[in-house]
Structure formats: C-alpha cells, structure tokens
Design a protein around this ligand. Structure first.
Ligand code: BV8
Length: 235
C-alpha cells in the first residue's frame, strides 16, 4: 500500500541542465544570446515571424541531440515501481521526458518538435525547420505555421487536465524550476491548498521557497534518484 496515490512532478529547465541544455536563468534571461522578448513573446512572433522561426529551428537542432539524464530516468523508475498515478507537468519544450520513457507527460509550455497551423488549428510533428513559407499539410495554406511553443502572453496548454491533477494530488515534486514564470509558479500553492506534501528539488532556494514542506538541494541527477530509491524502499 503506497503512501501516496496521486503524484504531480513539475519540471523546469533545471532538470535538463545535466543533459547539457542551457537554463533560462543561468544565461541571464537569454536563450542562445537572444533577448526573451525578441523571441519568446507572441508580439515578437507577430512582429518578425522569420526571426522567431530561425531561433526555434536552431534551438530544435540543439534539443534533438540532447539525451535524458539520471533525473529523467528516475521518474521512469518511479512510474514503473511505485503504485500511484504519477504525472509529469513540464515547462520544458525539450522531449527528454519522452526519451527517458516517462509517461503521462503534459507540456504546458508546448514542445519543440511540434508546430501549429494558425489557419486550421491542427498540430503536427515537425522534425525539420519550419518558416514563413511552410505549407500546412492539412489545409495546404502556406505561411501560417507557428512553433507549438507557448510564448509569454499566450495561454498554457493542457491546463484543464493539469488543474484536475493539482486538485487531486497528495504529493507535489518541483524539480529544477526557479518559480518565476506564471502560472506554473503558482502550482505549488494549489497543491498545498489541497493538502499535498510539497518538495522542492533545486540547487538553491527559489522565490517559491516558502510554499514547500521540504527542500532537497543539489543537482537533480543526484538528488532525485536517491529520493526515488527511498520512496520505493518505503512504499
Ligand atoms: C499566461 C516557452 C495567461 C518558450 C515559456 C501572473 C499570472 C499569470 C501570468 C503572469 C503573471 N505574471 C506575469 C505573467 C505573464 C507571464 C510571466 O509569468 N512572466 C514572468 C516572466 C513574470 N506568463 C505568461 O505569459 C504565461 N501565459 O499566463 O497566459 C495570460 C495571457 C495573456 C496575458 C497575461 C496572461 C506563459 C508563460 C510561458 C512562457 N513560455 N517557454 C521557450 O521555452 O522557448 S517559459 C520559459 O520559462 C521556459 O518554459 C522555461 O522553462 C521557463 C523558465 O523557467 P524555469 O524552467 O524555471 O527555468 P529557469 O532557468 O528560470 O530556472 C532553472 C532552475 O533550475 C533554477 O532555479 C536553477 O537553480 C535550477 N537548476 C539548474 N540546474 C539544476 C537545477 N536544479 C536541479 N538540478 C540541476 N542540475
């Protein structure tokens, strides 16, 4: 009889750091030397779609090469060996959770290997570059494709499901997120309001520090596997 029945694992750029991917904060708010407001806002995309496409085409080349690390693999082990509903709610647009074999993954900020057609609304898997000339394979209209990335100023994805998961969870693990981007940064408060036990895994205290019952400091590639070992041993 496992202690916890419904577990939500929120992840941020920090869980991918040991896979060699830059985090938002470490690069002083820059992504690959671009100002966030020049590439990750809906205004930027409307102002200069070619520039934003170029940024994400480059980022995709980097993310596609990345391999999952021990933190991602620890989640797979937990999902296999601990009897509970375990969901991964990620802010990351990389696909390292998928590559590690994680299940029940919700990309609330979108994902790098997808594009959405602003004409017909269909989402498609994209492995190569997309740009202002790309033709939608469904409605055959050109120039209406957007990376399926949630820019600042856009609503999050999967929120109907995520709201339900947060209302039912009895354990909330936050892994590698600075807690500065909303509304993801408020998820711990919702979990706590619903009496979940809350753990923060980070290198250092974050702005959400106060809402966590427990803080486990250190690289997630070390701290999470140890935590999962304990959970499975004491289930
Ligand atoms: C929205 C896609 C409704 C792009 C991203 C209050 C309520 C609601 C909205 C707002 C609000 N206040 C402000 C807003 C607006 C805005 C916002 O939050 N702004 C912030 C800057 C103040 N939010 C939005 O616009 C959201 N939309 O709310 O819709 C709406 C609609 C219209 C108008 C208003 C509201 C959309 C947010 C999504 C934006 N898109 N990503 C891309 O990724 O290319 S967010 C982007 O930020 C990434 O997803 C990235 O993940 C995230 C950065 O956060 P983290 O993941 O936490 O990464 P970070 O680098 O910051 O931290 C890494 C952490 O890991 C650090 O703490 C570090 O110590 C730790 N770490 C490092 N290495 C390790 C480690 N930990 C463990 N082990 C390690 N080895």
């Amino acid at each position: 009889m496992s202690t916890y029945k419904n577990i939500v694992i929120l992840t941020g750029a920090g869980i991918s750091a040991e896979s060699g991917l830059a985090t938002f904060r470490a690069s002083n708010g820059l992504w690959n030397n671009h100002k966030v407001e020049d590439v990750a806002t809906i205004e930027a995309f409307e102002r200069n779609p070619a520039y934003v496409h170029e940024f994400y085409n480059e980022l995709k080349k980097e993310l596609v090469k990345a391999k999952p690390n021990k933190a991602h693999l620890a989640i797979t082990r937990l999902q296999k060996e601990y009897d509970a509903n375990i969901s991964v709610v990620t802010q990351n647009v990389d696909t390292l959770h998928e590559k590690a074999g994680n299940q029940n993954i919700y990309h609330i900020h979108g994902q790098i290997n997808q594009a959405v057609c602003l004409n017909c609304g269909r989402i498609l898997e994209t492995f190569g570059d997309i740009d202002t000339e790309t033709v939608c394979p469904h409605c055959h209209i050109a120039g209406m494709m957007k990376p399926n990335i949630v820019f600042f100023g856009e609503n999050l994805l999967c929120m109907d499901k995520v709201d339900r998961l947060l209302s039912e969870c009895d354990l909330f693990l936050s892994i590698g997120t600075s807690g500065v981007v909303f509304p993801a940064a408020s998820f711990v408060q919702i979990a706590k309001y619903n009496n979940a036990k809350t753990y923060e895994f980070n290198l250092e205290p974050t702005s959400n520090n106060y809402f966590f019952d427990h803080h486990i400091y250190g690289p997630a590639g070390t701290t999470l596997p140890a935590f999962v070992d304990e959970m499975i041993k004491n289930k």
